[in-house]
Design a protein around this ligand. Structure first.
Ligand code: B1M
Length: 216
């Protein structure tokens, strides 16, 4: 039953059917299915297929947008179920955003949701954010960690710009930097002097705990 639902969710994203995606997400919760599984095994598989079809020239920008909208619609239903109503001490404060020139928000938001679900306070500053905007949020929130997402090979260098700007602002020793996003690698993260890289939202949580020196 679970596998079938995951496949249906993936298909709704591939077809760009927002209403179906939302209805399926609601149905999955009613059936008591794991919301994280619905996201990682269903929606994410669907959007990856959309990306592949786009890269192969079978899908164009409108289909890319429709797929993303369907995924976002379903996430709006599933993400609150991940977070729950928990009362616990804040593990750490994380300023999270997508870098300048980059409008991809789904992965960044998912990372934020998983961090919140695990006790972090997340200040999500959104997409297309300059180093100065990250820095203003770090200062305002007295953040422990700043997380920068980049989905384009052309924008990943903005993660280095952010680190350079943190140094110039005298903040580099006060805040840990974690980076991620599809084109980003462990090696790239090391090269630009980030404190950590993670491949997905689940390992982002482990990384954030490590950066806080806190037990997961
Ligand atoms: Co765009 N796009 N897109 N896109 N898009 C990609 C990234 C692309 C790989 C598609 C492709 O060609 N196969 C390609 C990039 C090529 C490259 O640079 N190498 C691409 C392109 C080319 C473009 C445009 C240039 C297209 C155009 O206009 N011609 C354009 C750029 C716009 C811009 O940003 N300036 C563009 C636009 C868009 C939409 C706006 C239509 C839409 C985004 C909508 C939105 O977010 N609201 C979109 C989408 C949906 C995609 C794909 C299909 C899916 C991205 C996604 O949401 N994945 C993507 C193809 C792909 O990735 N396979 C593609 C699901 C999400 C859960 O995964 O974002 O990888 P992801 O996040 C993961 C991990 O990466 C990690 O954890 C997340 C959860 O597990 N992670 C972190 C992410 N951030 C992290 C931060 C961390 C730690 C982990 O710490 C801080």
């Amino acid at each position: 039953m679970e596998k079938k639902m995951f496949q249906k969710l993936a298909q709704a994203v591939i077809d760009g059917e927002s209403e179906d995606a939302e209805a399926l997400a609601r149905e999955a919760l009613v059936q008591g299915l794991d919301p994280l599984g619905c996201i990682t095994q269903g929606l994410t598989k669907g959007i990856q297929e959309v990306g592949k079809l786009f890269a192969d020239g079978e899908y164009y920008l409108p289909e890319l947008i429709m797929g993303a909208d369907a995924m976002k619609q379903a996430l709006e239903i599933l993400e609150p179920a991940l977070v729950g109503d928990q009362e616990r001490d804040v593990v750490g404060r994380v300023v999270l955003g997508t870098v300048k020139g980059d409008l991809h928000e789904i992965g960044k938001t998912l990372v934020g949701t998983m961090l919140i679900a695990n006790g972090f306070k997340v200040i999500d500053i959104g997409v297309d954010k300059s180093p100065d905007e990250f820095i203003a949020a770090v200062i305002e929130s007295d953040a422990d960690i700043v997380g920068a997402s980049a989905l384009l090979t052309t924008t990943m260098l903005q993660q280095k710009k952010l680190i350079d700007s943190l140094k110039a602002a005298g903040l580099r020793d006060k805040v840990k930097v974690m980076v991620g996003g599809a084109p980003v690698t462990e090696n790239f993260a090391k090269e630009i002097g980030a404190d950590g890289y993670s491949e997905d939202a689940i390992s982002a949580v482990d990384l954030a705990f490590r950066l806080m020196d806190a037990p997961a």
